[in-house]
Design a protein around this ligand. Structure first.
Ligand SMILES: N[C@@H](CCC(=O)N[C@@H](CS)C(=O)NCC(=O)O)C(=O)O
Length: 398
């Protein structure tokens, strides 16, 4: 029996995956990104009603400032619509509309607001059901002042300066700033900056995520697991308990690759290891299988066009068919785990799969592993699960 005969078809894979996860996205045929998340509170909107908030954000979902706004919209359970802006080719209507020409921007009940901090504060004023600032007016003013300071904060500038152009003394100054954060987290009981989750956590989270993922790889300096920062570590743990955070955050590999590929940063080490807590969880595995099955046509085209696989043969249909079967095998493994019968490569001195099939499979899996970008394509947990699964399936080909 060939691999083609053993692996389920896409319809079956999609059906089984969808039985195991509620995660869904909308398809955007011919557009970038090819799928978009569905806000978790969209169901609150009356049929046919237009959401009061329209968020303008980057197509690749890399922008940490956009992530702040998305995080708040999810936490505050506000239904919203999204318009994606290609930052490498911003449309004229957008640069005419937004004075800074940056993302994020938002239309909130018809009024344009830009700058992530100002969008967050406006949402706070207009959507009061789930408050993310203290109610006491004096404390509220103090916290607003703090938010202004974070916005101007040297921490965030130092993060980016350090990761892009390394200077030894900048690491020392960053450490001092992290020490200040550690102190700030000790002001209130509980894991969050104000004791309970607030806009202060949202202001920091995408930047600290980026830093925690990249400092070990680009500066050989860990934050996670570092005994110097017990409160920052407890803060990450607390954030990890929040469903909204899981929807909006990137995974470490996306962050590592972004810095190298987009900003040309020089790594000192290799990619971060995968988080085993995510890679084994069926909710994330099923989400990854659902994404792959639902969007397989785009994935196959992408592998064919961009991975270099075309150099293996002139028979394009044969290549596409092997890409297809190896992606189905990946989805099958994501769903069924170790119950899946993976190939064993050579058996009794003979190749079980022909070497062309194995070569296309290897390229397909290696390419897909690092092509997935969270949260653009799927949640960080699902992205971790698919990366771990590609490693496993790849190991079975020869
Ligand atoms: N201070 C702004 C910063 C926003 C920002 O820097 N956005 C970047 C993406 S992460 C951007 O729009 N870059 C496009 C450009 O520079 O043309 C905010 O908080 O919203």
């Amino acid at each position: 029996m060939t691999l083609q005969d053993k692996v389920s078809n896409w319809e079956t894979l999609l059906e089984i995956a969808q039985q195991q996860t509620k995660a869904r996205r909308v398809r955007r045929p011919g557009q970038s990104p090819s799928t978009a998340p569905i806000p978790s509170s969209l169901h609150k909107l009356a049929p046919g009603a237009v959401p009061l908030v329209l968020l303008y954000r980057d197509t690749n979902s890399w922008c940490p400032f956009c992530e702040r706004v998305w995080f708040a919209l999810e936490e505050k359970e506000i239904p919203f619509a999204t318009e994606f802006i290609d930052l490498s080719n911003k449309p004229k209507w957008y640069t005419d509309l937004v004075p800074t020409t940056l993302v994020p921007a938002a239309k909130i009940d018809g009024t344009l607001v830009y700058e992530s901090k100002d969008i967050l504060l406006t949402l706070e004023e207009q959507f009061k059901d789930v408050p993310l600032l203290p109610e006491d007016p004096e404390e509220r003013d103090r916290v607003k002042q703090w938010i202004e300071e974070i916005d101007q904060s040297e921490l965030i500038c130092t993060v980016y300066k350090l990761l892009r152009s390394p200077e030894a003394d900048e690491l020392a100054s960053l450490q001092a700033k992290l020490d200040e954060l550690e102190q700030a987290l000790g002001k209130y009981p509980g894991a969050y900056f104000l004791g309970r989750f607030s806009l202060v956590d949202i202001m920091y989270s995408p930047h600290l995520d980026l830093l925690a993922a990249n400092l070990p790889v680009y500066r050989n300096y860990p934050i996670k697991g570092n005994p110097r920062f017990p409160r920052i570590n407890a803060w990450f743990e607390a954030l990890n308990q929040r469903p909204a955070y899981h929807r909006v955050k990137s995974d470490d590999i996306t962050n590592n690759l972004l810095l190298r590929r987009r900003w040309g940063a020089e790594p000192l080490g290799n990619l971060q290891p995968l988080n085993a807590g995510y890679s084994g969880a069926i909710e994330f595995r099923a989400e990854a299988a659902e994404r792959l099955s639902d969007n397989h046509e785009v994935a196959i085209k992408d592998v064919f066009k961009n991975s270099g696989v075309q150099s293996l043969s002139e028979d394009q249909d044969a290549i596409k068919s092997e890409i297809d079967v190896h992606l189905r095998l990946l989805a099958e493994y994501l769903i069924h785990g170790e119950k899946t019968q993976l190939p064993w490569g050579r058996v009794n001195g003979k190749d079980q799969n022909d070497s062309f099939s194995a070569a296309v499979g290897a390229i397909t899996l290696a390419y897909i592993r690092n092509r997935i970008c969270a949260p653009r394509d799927m949640s960080a947990g699902a992205a971790t699960a698919i990366r771990a699964a590609t490693d496993k399936v790849l190991a079975s080909l020869y």
